[in-house]
Structures are given as structure tokens and as C-alpha cells.
Design a protein around this ligand. Sequence first.
Ligand code: FAD
Ligand code: NAP
Ligand code: SF4
Length: 675
Amino acid sequence: MPAAQHAKLLEPLNLGFTTLKNRVIMGSMHTGLEEEDPAKLAAFFARRAQGDVGLMITGGFATSETAVLWPGAGRMTSEADALRHRTVTDAVHAAGGKIAIQLLHAGRQAYNVNMVSASAKQSPIFPFTPRALTAEEIEQEIDGFASAAGYAKMAGYDGVEVMGSEGYLLNQFLTERGNERTDEWGGTFEKRMRFPLEVVRRIRAKVGAEFIIVYRMSMLDLVPDGQSLEETLILARELEKAGVTILNTGIGWHEAKIPTIATQVPRGAFTWATRKIKEVVSIPVAASNRLNMPDDAERVLQNGDADMIAMARPFLADPDWVLKTKEARVNEINTCIGCNQACLDHTFGGKRCSCLVNPQACHETELVFVKTPARKKIAVVGAGPAGMSFSLTAAQRGHAVTLFDASPEIGGQFNIAKQVPGKEEFHETIRYFNTMLNKEGVQLKLGQRISADDLKDFDEVVLATGIIPNVPSLPGVDHPKVMGYLDVLKHGKPVGQRVAIVGGGGIGVDTAEFLTHHGSEQSPSTSIEDFCEFWGIDREQKARGGIAGVKAQPEAATRQITILQRKPKKIAGPGKTTGWIHRAALEAKGVRLMSGVEYIGVEDAGLRIRTPDGAEHLLEVDNVIVCAGQHPNRELEESVLAMGKPLHIIGGAFKAAELDAKEAINQGARLAATV
Ligand code: FAD
Ligand code: NAP
Ligand code: SF4
């Protein structure tokens, strides 16, 4: 029986010719496994099928040679491709799941010198200018979609998803932004819409009536000269007539200057846009973007914004998301925190995806946890991400684990991070570990600082004692106006109105974010209204693309804040795909970012620096907050070694420089797989 409070989410969906187990779609993600041994992709999807998700969609596969995202990218253009995918579909079906393949034509959004588009207009975020397709080539590209769908059917897929959002070729045809044609494929909206409609019609003709066609539609382009609301509604109705089975939501082109999935985006921030489409069609419509927990998903369905929920990253974080919901074990869900650190940042860095909170994601065949034949008594000192991760996996493998922390709660630095506006999701990771450590019988010994003496009765010891913040050797560093970031974020010491932050890494940026919000009632990351206002999103969609035209200015920050660093590069926080969001948000709030500076010293009047032009400046500030990195806390290492016990050191205690939670959790899990 479905858990009553998530009844709508878990309700089967009858599509006429087939029935989906529930209303949950695992959305498309390019994980990097697409170009590897198909057995790895098969294991990835089979694991999620075991978790009971209703319908899964693969990462994008190109429909022609010109459609690729980059020259070596996966494609579905031949019988040989179809045969290779059999491994994936067989594994999914054997696990009781259903899977559709996403068909993608990147158009001008590609790293491909041979790229094509509706018109020869370059994307602002890609290096090459596309060639405009001729009318004859347009016909060939449409046929490419249809034959790719035919190969998908041959491969055993249950359906296809046509990628019609995020600014790819179909959007380029649909909008004045990408389409300046004056022939039968451009000009009026009716002509601009011909390309996607023909794609769907020819796919339907090719695959017959009993095959799922999902169309991922851009509900909101979030770029100038994007689609108008009226055009979006017309397109939705026409897509239904053309033979689409399910409409899925896409929000924002890749070139949009508004965050759409990062953790700063409130949960369910865009379901109002999906609702407008649902109201004009009779086929099921799926909402997406920053939905990561069952209560929110159920609310979206109950309030009528959508018929289904599409989530992608939450299935990297937890393949059993649906199963746990069904079995009323929501507290056991390992929640996607929207950080992008191991998924999108990896993809854009040319690396295989994984997940910060679940290092097994996309490594199902490589990081395997087996029951131990020899149960050991293991002491873990430090219940930060590294210690929690190790303890949980070691206990799941059958070891007797005791986890110590000086603090009265588990979480380590996550307890500091969770207070930063935009990082509220860190609460979920702590909740997950609390639930699971208890469930797996890990003995928690909190609120006591441990010395080697406390570790005598254990077979092995793991030090996960984290870090100690650096204090730079700066003249005047002991001046009363100098504080550490822990004084601000952990100990709540009062901070003046004029602040200089020494260090522009992740913690410097977070400290500035905290100080710009401090005292305000709500953070934009928890209020959809505030978020839309801050980023200039026009919920009435009066303007094309749904952007308000002029970016709405937030209330000026009450503090004057300057972040400084010595390196000449831009201050942006660490994330490859999120740095620009931090920079834009801080600049909008008047935070000054200064790179390439030299620190001369702290004095009564403030912080004296030298800028790259050699000039000396006094920043007249009330406080100087030091966020200058960390070094390992190894205070117990020597005494534990002296006891002659096997000792392992992980997380910040092992290496503090460049250590983040992704690496800490990964190290914990990998060590636990081997002890
Ligand atoms: P810690 O989290 O430091 O945990 C160590 C634990 O050991 C502590 O709880 C401490 O009390 C305990 N301990 C130490 N000595 C003893 C002892 N003798 N006895 C008992 N207990 C002891 N990382 C990211 O990847 N993404 C982010 O967005 C991010 N944001 C951050 C924001 C802020 C404001 C901060 C401060 C950090 C952020 N980090 C982020 C960094 C991340 O939190 C750390 O990399 C991670 O916590 C390191 O994990 P750890 O387990 O090694 O150590
Ligand atoms: P960090 O990213 O290494 O940044 C340290 C900053 O301090 C740098 O800007 C550095 O710049 C400066 N610095 C270093 N030594 C200094 C010195 N002697 N004097 C003055 N300045 C000095 O470390 P962090 O900000 O403390 O973050 C710790 C870890 O947590 C990092 O791995 C980070 O990725 C992670 N984290 C991630 C996020 C996220 O959102 N993903 C958020 C917070 C933290 P210069 O040397 O150029 O001056
Ligand atoms: Fe979610 Fe972060 Fe994992 Fe990506 S890396 S799936 S954003 S928790």
C-alpha cells in the first residue's frame, strides 16, 4: 500500500498502452557513462530501476553527426548503436523498470566545429559560430530524429524523450533569439514551430502508437527574445496533437543568467510555469527543477501544478528515493543538496559524474560494499562528513563502529555551513546520517573530546578530526578587530557594519553571503517570491523569455563588505557551474571583490593593502574576518600511533588544502569499503 501522505506521487499512471508504476520520472542526466562500457550504464540504470522509479530517461544521445555535443559524444544513429543499448534496456527490464532514451540535437550549444543551427548565430557561451541549415538539411535532421527513435525502439527502449529545452536546436528554431530565417522554417511563430512539430510527427509515424514520446519543453526560456507565454501555450497544444505522450519541464537555456537548479534556488521554484501548460493540455505534464523530497513533490501534485514529478540529481544521491517513499522511510532518503559539485561540475570538467553525498553514484560496478567476514571494533574520532560516511558504510558492512565527537551533534563543519543562506539543504544530509547511523547501530558518543586513552579497547582507529583554521602571519593579525570565520559563523560574535574578508575561497564567499543576509527574515533560497524578484523573473511572463527586462535590484545590503585575495584570478567560490551565481549575487548586493592584493597590515583604522597597480589603500573597516584556508587537525595522531593500533586518517585531518565535503565523504566510503 502506498504511504498515505504521498498517495498522489505513488499513484500508477495509465498511458493507455502501458502503465507507469508511479508519477516519478528520473530526468535525463549526462553522466559520462554514455561513452564508456555499456555494462556500467546498465548497472547505473538497473540500480535505479530496483528503486522503483516510474520511468527513467537516459542522458542525451545525438540524432545525427551534426547533432553531437562534442565529437566523441554518444549517438543513436545506427543498428550497431541500437544493439549496444540492448545491455541497458535488458538490465532495466529485468529489474522491473521502464526507460526512455533522450534524443538530442545540440545545434549551436556544442563544442563542435561542424555545428549547425536555424541561423548562423553564435551562442554567447560556446566558442564556434554555427552554419545555418539549408531547407534540405532541415528535412534530413528531422528524419535523423525519426530514425533515432526507430533505433531506440529496436534497442528495447520503452520510449524516447525529445530534448526541446535548455536552448538546444529545437529552441533555436522556436525563438527569434536563434531563428532569423525568412523561409518556411522561420518568420512567424507558426513557421518557427514547424521544426519541433515535424520532429514529433515523424517520430510518431516511425514508432507507432504504443511507444512513449516525452517532449521536454522549455516552459520558461529565461533569455531575451525567448518564447512568449502565448507561444509556449500554443506549442504545448500542438505537441499534444502531434502525438506527444508526456510533456516534461525544462527551465532556462544554458546561456540564461539566472540560476535554475543550484542550491540557492528554492525547492519547486518553477512549478507555477508548468501549471500554465498543464491547464491547456490533456496529456500528463511533469514538473521539475529543485524538487528533491517527497513532501514537496506530493504538494506540487496535490495543488494541481503538474501530473508527474521529474527529478534527476536526487537519483544520483539516492537510487531508492521512490522505494523509501513507498515504504514510509522518507527519513532515510539521502537528499540531493543541489551543490552540483560532483555531478554538473564533473560533467563540465570532462569527468564522470558522481554525487557529493553518494560516491557510489555512477561507480556502481567499481565501488562495491560487501559484508565483512571479520567484524572489527572500530573507533572513529570526528563526526564530520568523513567520519559519518566511514561509520555508516563500515557498519553496513558489519563492523562494530563507535563514532565520537567533541560537539553535541554530528555533522562537523556542515553545522556551520547549514546556517549560510542558500545552504539550508545541508540540514538534510545531517538528518540522513543521524537516521542511518542509528539504524545501522553505530554507537554515537557525542559531547566529549577524545584522547588516545579513550581508544584502548578498539581494534582499529579512524581519525576524522577535521581541520584547524589558518591564522596568516599578517602584521596586526592579533588586533581586536580581527576575527576568524568561526567567530562569526559558529560563535555568533557581533560584527560591525564595515567588513573586510581576508580570503576569497568558498568560506570567504559564504561568510560574505551570511553577513549580507544577517538580520533579514528570509533568504531568497527559501522564498520563491523573493528568489524571482531577486533574479528578475517575470512570473506573469509579460516579457519574452519570462525575464523582467531590467534585473530587479534587491534591497541594498546593510553592510559594506569587501572580499580580498592575493591571487589575481576572479573571486567566485569554488564551483565550476555555481561560481557565477555567487559572484552575480554578491555584486548585486554591493559586495566588493578585490583580487591580486597584497596585505600590508591591520591597524586601528582598518586593513591596509596594496593593489596590483602598486598603490596603497586603507580599507576603513570595523572588522577583518580571516577566511584563509585550513590545516589538518592531527592532535591525536602521535598518541594513537604510540598505542600500536592500525590507524587511518581521512578528510580534513588527512589533507586540508582543497579538501571539501565531496572528497571527505568519498574518502570515508572508500576506506570503509576496504577495512
Ligand atoms: P569536519 O567537518 O571538520 O569534522 C571534524 C569533526 O571532528 C568535528 O565535528 C570536530 O568536533 C571533531 N573532532 C576533532 N577533534 C576531536 C577530538 N579530539 N575528539 C572528538 N571530536 C573531535 N564543502 C563542500 O564540499 N561544499 C560546500 O558547499 C561547503 N561549504 C562550506 C561552508 C562553510 C561555512 C564551511 C565552514 C565549510 C564548508 N565546506 C563545504 C567544507 C566542508 O564542510 C569540509 O570540507 C568538511 O566538513 C570536512 O569534513 P571532515 O569530516 O574532514 O571534518
Ligand atoms: P580555500 O578555498 O582554500 O580558500 C582559502 C582562501 O584564503 C583563498 O582565497 C586564499 O587566497 C586565502 N589564503 C590562503 N592562505 C592565506 C594567507 N596565508 N594569507 C591570506 N590569505 C590566504 O579554503 P576555504 O575557503 O577555507 O574552504 C575550505 C574548503 O571548503 C575548500 O576546499 C572549499 O572548496 C570548501 N568549500 C566549498 C564551498 C562550496 O560552496 N562548494 C563553500 C565553502 C567551502 P590567496 O592565497 O590568493 O590570498
Ligand atoms: Fe545533488 Fe550535489 Fe549529488 Fe549533484 S553532487 S546529485 S547536486 S548532492
